[in-house]
Design a protein around this ligand. Sequence first.
Ligand code: FES
Ligand SMILES: [Fe+2]
Length: 445
Amino acid sequence: MDDFTNQFKNYTGYSERERPAEDAELTHVGPNTSCGEYLRQYWHGIALSNELGELPLEIRILGEDLVLFRTGEKQVGLVHRHCAHRGASLKFGRIEDDGIRCCYHGWKWGVDGTLLDAGAESKSSPVYGKVRQGAYPVVEYKGIIFAYFGPPESIPEFPVYDTFEIPDTEMVPYTCSFPCNWLQVTENGIDPVHSMFLHTLVNGPQFYEAWGVLGDVDYVENDLSVYCTISRRIDDNIWMRVQENIFPNVTQSGAVHTADGKQTRYFGRNTFFRWCVPVDDTHTKVVAWANFGPRTDPIEWNSPENIETLEQGALFDRPPDELQRNPGDYEAMVGQGPIVVHEKEHRVTSDKGIAMFRNRLRKDIRAFKQGEKSLQPGQLGPMPIPTWSGDTVLQIPLKDGIDDKVMRAKMFKSLKTILTEAQSLRGDERDRVIIQRLKTLEAET
Ligand code: FES
Ligand SMILES: [Fe+2]
């Protein structure tokens, strides 16, 4: 090889250009796909209550074209978009007191898909009682509309988690969209290393300087979730942050905007609770609450008034050059492409949370395919279901002769034990026990 050629011998563009197929088992969500049918076992947040006005809302979830509407009698309906008569879109339907009337031949459908009026047909026509519009069950809760897309005989109890009931907390619903697969939006929640680099070290502090402190990262899995934890030394404090991915597509995280580890905090809770709902294979709709309150994010970067424009602190609709200069979660996730090709990744130890999440997902998807139903949150004891996400900051100064890394690991182990042992408790009693035990731990260390 001559010198000219030799200097380029390590360039791999040509040999690396093949793009294997995506991991369809985990990413394809349409009807009759493995993942799509698995996801249809669960309730999903699909829209905000205030997205429903006087016109039907065209919506696409799990690759299905649908229409969402609220009747004059305030019932919410979610039906197949195309009218069962001859396929006109109910997006152009007229909402009435008890249902939606198709614009084409005037057939009217109730929220459960019952044919209420067949237009020109005689009232004694056999079409009544025979033809139905495909409809899905919905629940409206705290400003969000949830839907269940599976067979009605398998409908699970609607899950209520502990972080839906934090005292003195304002829960502000918001939604935003990502033109990429649901899994990469979900996986962002158990990728704590990105908060050090994307949010701090690479782009400058997007939240707090302290996010750039390279903490000790650990991962834990239980029946409900995969948790990732970061333990950091901040001056005299040990700050333990727990982020959580609840199967299959919910993420919640500790405080975003006030999290700097400088003030003691005993079992602080989540700043957001978000469903990463597949619109189709390459689009995701996040439907979420942002929390405002003393145990979540008391002083927000964003505010209850303009929450729709923000997701995890990043403004949408920024100019293109600004996006390049200061990329946030949106740019990172969407920039991975419409569907990340797992086979092209080079995962390392800090991607352990991602690996744990995918492994469990694959296991559950395969088990479901074999006829085994996945564990539902409601099977884990009475509601509200206890979760772990949040920030705990204990005042534990450095101690002579004690390796701080060992100390941080010991504290995190204790936190884990406290949370695990309080798993059977609920509500205020659980909070009281956890907070008391954390204070005792701090005092005795
Ligand atoms: S297509 Fe809807 S009533 Fe005919
Ligand atoms: Fe992030």
